[in-house]
Design a protein around this ligand. Structure first.
Ligand SMILES: NC(=O)c1ccc[n+]([C@@H]2O[C@H](COP(=O)([O-])OP(=O)(O)OC[C@H]3O[C@@H](n4cnc5c(N)ncnc54)[C@H](O)[C@@H]3O)[C@@H](O)[C@H]2O)c1
Length: 262
């Protein structure tokens, strides 16, 4: 494993599971000091325990990303403990399966709060520290922020917001040499999507549409996040990188090649 983050401090939200946990593991393996949070501190402690990370390189905090005060304290605690901040990974996000007439105001606000407000809160708290280190932000957006899905409009709106917030902050903070990028995962095998993998109808739809024929892994998302956070991406900012096995490269027309052979 390369050591691209040796001596660097990386803060991550929603790090107890799935993509966030894989990113935590990747940054730690590459030498970073980790400042990680989740809405459930217990879940975070349990998830991180098997990694046996040295205590002097690890800070775990409870943080509900919809609470601006908790987000500010999380970032402040990390900087107080390690003296600097080099990378911020905004990983929290949630959706709601519904059509527009079916979703109440509270559910709409929750999707926007967890997915989009959270990125604003953390960037607001972290940007002065990142400006000092010429650091980087990586947001976990989604291919659902690039296009519309059927029955997922609130998530599409929230992740679309993250996609364009990424571009806008990249433009604003490029003069300070702070880079701001996002990964846009396609279907990724995490606890959140287990029900989709188990539903044979949904799985068959994905198998038909996914050019690479399989979901992504959390480690593959973590590798893209670490790349965008690293000096390997030193001239990349404002990019929303699809990590989706080719799903958004396709027009979704019938599979002519396959049908011709039948
Ligand atoms: N899994 C996919 O297929 C996929 C695809 C595209 C984008 N994403 C995005 O990737 C990110 C991570 O998804 P995942 O599949 O790894 O999820 P996951 O369900 O495995 O983990 C989500 C984590 O977020 C934490 N969390 C929930 N609400 C929170 C809050 N208010 N504050 C802080 N933490 C909170 C949970 O406790 C959990 O640890 C999300 O932003 C999601 O929208 C996932």
């Amino acid at each position: 494993m390369t050591q691209r983050f040796s001596g660097k401090v990386v803060a991550l939200t929603a790090a107890a599971s799935g993509i966030g946990l894989a990113a935590l593991e990747r940054f730690a393996a590459e030498g970073a000091m980790i400042c990680a949070s989740d809405i459930s501190l217990e879940a975070l402690k349990t998830a991180v325990a098997p990694l046996a990370l040295p205590e002097d390189r690890l800070l775990l905090r409870e943080c509900d990303v919809t609470d601006i005060g908790q987000v500010q304290s999380f970032i402040d605690d990390g900087v107080r403990r390690f003296g600097r901040l080099d990378v911020l990974v905004n990983n929290a996000g949630t959706g709601a399966l519904a059509y527009v007439t079916e979703l109440d105001q509270e559910a709409w606000h929750k999707v926007i709060a967890v997915t989009l407000d959270s990125v604003f809160y953390a960037c607001r708290a972290a940007m002065p520290h990142l400006a000092r280190t010429q650091g980087a932000v990586v947001n976990t957006a989604s291919i659902s922020g690039l296009f519309g899905d059927n029955g997922l409009f609130a998530y599409n709106a929230a992740k679309g917001g993250v996609v364009n917030l990424t571009r806008a902050l990249a433009v604003d903070h490029a003069p300070e040499n702070v880079r701001v990028n996002a990964v846009c995962p396609g279907l990724t095998a995490t606890p959140r999507t287990a029900w989709m993998m188990e539903d044979t109808e949904i799985r068959a739809e994905y198998d038909r549409r996914l050019p690479m024929g399989r979901p992504g892994t959390p480690d593959e998302m973590a590798a893209a996040i670490a790349f965008l956070a690293s000096s390997d991406a030193s001239y990349i900012t404002g990019v929303n990188l699809a990590v989706d096995g080719g799903l958004t490269a396709a027009t979704n027309q019938p599979a002519f090649g396959r049908l011709r052979k039948q």
